[in-house]
Design a protein. Structure first.
Length: 286
């Protein structure tokens, strides 16, 4: 089995993403909007997690469709977050937000298009999985259930609502927003790599917990990075502002510790887990 490389996997995924745009539908302003949103840069951490997990399992199952599904849903959530009626952000990744280029109506329809295309990718991923094992219907059902939770009221949609209308900025409330808006899709990313990569289904809850701790650590790192910027804004949803920088760093380290303990219980290749965590630690320090 070849060694896993985050940089090579990212390059390969970018190429696959460019090709996948053409399967979204006939050329139109709406498809152009989807293309603009999908190819507008980004770290691609979530789809890379799908590939990393599948590689760690070592069965060489093709998980590209699952990775595309995750990126479609993530991109759809960013489009919605940026809208004037939501976070009202004019820029995304140092480029004009989708609605600034294509208009609000087209941006909203692009988000719908990408979410429904994400469901299509689950179907296609399940067909690909059927080449390797005979429980593809079960895999498809679990995958549909999990992405529905991640995107729904207990996930990104509910988290965005709480972000818009926080009744309080207590620690409990902010953690709830983070869990819904950030950790749910990370849980699904880890889970999809495991599901479509041929992992032991009895360990699904362990994989989700790993995704949860990674997602929390990721958001704390992001909040630490944005500490000074968010301090100037009113009602910023930032865990580091509530805890203070020192306690936020302690919370980050605790999430990483819990993640590591769970990873050790898996009977798979784990060095890339720790490399991913190291990247996160470096990000938190900068």
């Amino acid at each position: 089995m070849n060694e896993f490389s985050f940089s090579k996997s990212k390059i390969d995924f970018e190429k696959s993403l460019e090709k996948a745009v053409f399967s979204l539908g006939e050329s139109s302003k709406l498809r152009d909007a989807c293309e603009y949103a999908l190819l507008n840069g980004g770290k691609r951490i979530r789809p890379l997690i799908v590939f990393m997990i599948a590689h760690a399992i070592g069965k060489n199952f093709d998980v590209l469709q699952a990775a595309l599904c995750i990126e479609y849903f993530h991109t759809a959530s960013l489009i919605v977050d940026d809208l004037p009626c939501m976070d009202n952000d004019d820029f995304r990744r140092e480029k004009p937000s989708l609605h600034k280029v294509f208009g609000e109506a087209t941006a909203l329809l692009a988000s719908y298009s990408l979410m429904t295309a994400g469901f299509q990718k689950i179907y296609e991923g399940s067909k690909e999985y059927a080449k390797y094992a005979d429980n593809s219907n079960e895999i498809c059902s679990i995958a549909l259930h999990e992405i529905s939770l991640a995107a729904g009221l207990d996930g990104a949609t509910g988290g965005q609502y709480l972000d818009l209308y926080p009744d309080t900025l207590s620690l409990e409330r902010v953690k709830s927003i983070i869990e819904k808006k950030t950790t749910r899709l990370f849980e699904t990313s880890f889970l999809y790599g495991w599901l479509f990569g041929g992992g032991d289904l009895s360990l699904l809850q362990t994989i989700k917990k790993i995704g949860y701790h990674f997602g929390m650590a990721f958001q704390i790192a992001d909040d630490l990075k944005d500490f000074m910027q968010d301090k100037k804004r009113e009602n910023s949803i930032n865990l580091a502002l509530i805890l203070g920088q020192k306690k936020a760093k302690e919370a980050f380290n605790l999430e990483c510790l819990q993640l590591n303990e769970l990873v050790k219980t898996l009977k798979i290749k784990t060095e890339n887990f720790f490399l991913l965590q190291k990247k996160l630690e470096d990000y938190a320090k900068n």
